[in-house]
Design a protein around this ligand. Structure first.
Ligand code: ADP
Length: 495
């Protein structure tokens, strides 16, 4: 929905001005819930407005029930207009998440339910009052109130529903407002045929019947609100408990990551020292078993260093949750990764095909991390493709994203193991058989890097035939650099 810029500024200024910045994003999950509930109510009202219009048409024109068409159609139109206004207001509240807008949204839900109850009462009045079976719709509203509001607020809404129904019965019974009967009617010249009677006689004057109906209605409404409220309360508590548990898990996960980061950082230093000593020893004139042991130790240390480095990178990425942002061309990064892995492919007699469209499209993120992700995928393709196979790399712009695909003719991934391959330390059974060396961290790192670039990664694989990994990354246009700054950067004299 469009708003004039002026109204937007006034409204946002009003809400934003009174919002404490610290409160922003404090309870994102609860805010999201509230938002969803508010929009759910609006969606229900669209359905209700269409139902009123269609129901009136079907009742009057098809079943020839004597309902008051003009007022009922008017109510349907008013419902649409009212709902559009509510949606507009809601959209404005939702732009700002703070305590005040949250309270306003809650109040709005409250007011909407009350307004809906009033509209339903008017609608019933024009369509037979107590004779209309749609009286049951009060119950429906009360259930909605129990789901969306607190216990005492839903009891208040229930009391309003009962009062409105009581007032309607009273006003019609005392003749203050006319009663539009759904009982037998004289034939209507307008329709050219007699109208259908929905009830055998009008009941708006039968005081005992009305009193009994009102009592049954009141008891039912309170019972429904009590039961629905109880269930909703339990669900809400369970939801809150789950949220708290999730939060604790996240905290613990973070502590674990911090611990792993410290540990791997320390180990990395020692490993580097051991590796360089072994490197020197390995080149010395050692012979026989001693030389073999030193070479093995050197090889193992090299593997361990690579593992520790990857683990440290992955943990840091998880802890930081962001990458340093620059703008770079995805096609360049892919091309560089292909060049870096060319030799490894050749050594294994693999055919490496590269179809990269050198597009000007840039993505926002970290070029080194991105290149690392592509290199990881390429090294995996090389590792899991038997000699003589083919690896194809494709990078092409598509609409407002860049698609990168790496296809190999390798061993593939067993279907039952596919859902787990992005998990840390997970290695498929056929990969473990083919290549005992591996840590199962590469793909987790790749996925994390892609996500930090706001992209997605997926794959399709056929066991024994090959695998294709595909990434989709959003293209981001770099903000324009002001002319003087550009001149400064390029070292040109300013005018
Ligand atoms: P690693 O390669 O060290 O085992 P990764 O995290 O890079 O760890 O990959 C996880 C698992 O995904 C691999 O063990 C392998 O089972 C599977 N996998 C990844 N890439 C391929 C590929 N191109 N072909 C077949 N399997 C693959």
């Amino acid at each position: 929905m469009n708003h004039s810029p002026q109204t937007d500024t006034i409204l946002e200024g009003g809400i934003l001005g009174s919002c404490n910045a610290k409160l922003k994003m404090q309870r994102p999950e609860e805010d999201n819930d509230l938002r969803q509930r508010a929009y759910w109510l609006v969606r229900l009202r669209w359905i209700a407005a269409s139902a009123v219009a269609c129901g009136t048409f079907v009742s009057a024109r098809i079943f020839h029930i004597p309902v008051q068409e003009a007022p009922l159609y008017t109510i349907a139109v008013l419902l649409v207009l009212y709902n559009a206004a509510v949606l507009d207001l809601l959209n404005r509240f939702m732009r700002v998440i703070c305590e005040q807008s949250r309270r306003r949204t809650k109040n709005m839900i409250d007011i909407q339910i009350s307004t809906d109850l009033i509209i339903l009462t008017v609608l019933l009045h024009f369509s037979g009052g107590p004779e209309n079976p749609l009286v049951l719709f009060f119950i429906f509203h009360v259930i909605i109130a129990s789901i969306l509001l607190s216990v005492w607020e839903s009891f208040l809404q229930a009391t309003l529903a009962i009062s409105l129904f009581g007032i309607l019965l009273l006003l019609e019974a005392t003749g203050v407002v006319p009663h539009y009967c759904l009982g037998p009617q004289p034939s209507s010249a307008a329709f050219g045929h007699s109208l259908t009677a929905l009830v055998s006689h009008c009941r708006y004057e039968e005081k005992a019947y009305l009193a009994a109906k009102f009592a049954a209605f009141a008891v039912t409404v309170y019972l429904v609100v009590y039961m629905a409220g109880y269930i909703a309360l339990r669900l809400r508590r369970a939801e809150q408990a789950q949220r708290r548990a999730n939060q604790m898990l996240r905290q613990k996960d973070r502590i674990k990551d911090e611990y792993v980061a410290h540990l791997t950082h320390d180990i990395k230093g020692h490993l580097a020292a051991i590796q360089s000593c072994l490197g020197v020893a390995a080149t010395d004139s050692l012979t026989g078993q001693a030389a073999e042991f030193v070479h093995r130790a050197y090889y193992r240390t090299q593997k361990l260093t690579a593992f520790v480095r990857t683990l440290l990178r992955l943990t840091r990425l998880k802890l930081d949750g962001t990458v340093e942002t620059e703008f770079f061309r995805a096609s360049d990064a892919v091309q560089e990764a292909v060049e870096a892995t060319q030799l490894a492919a050749q050594e294994k007699s693999l055919h490496l095909e590269c179809d990269v469209t050198p597009a000007a499209a840039t993505i926002a993120g970290n070029a080194i991390s991105f290149k690392e992700a592509i290199t990881n995928l390429l090294l995996n393709a090389i590792k899991y493709t038997p000699a003589g196979g083919t690896i194809a790399v494709r990078a092409q712009p598509h609409e407002d994203s860049v698609i990168v695909e790496i296809t190999d003719t390798g061993i593939g991934i067993p279907p039952e193991e596919q859902p787990r391959i992005f998990e840390e330390f997970y290695r498929a059974s056929n990969a473990r058989q083919m290549e005992p060396d591996g840590d199962g961290l590469g793909l987790s790192l790749v996925k994390r890097i892609v996500e930090l670039h706001h992209g997605t990664i997926g794959f399709c694989s056929e066991l024994g035939h090959g695998t294709t990994f595909h990434m989709v990354l959003p293209v981001t246009i770099p903000p324009e650099v002001p002319a003087p700054a550009m001149a400064e950067a390029s070292g040109q004299p300013q005018a």
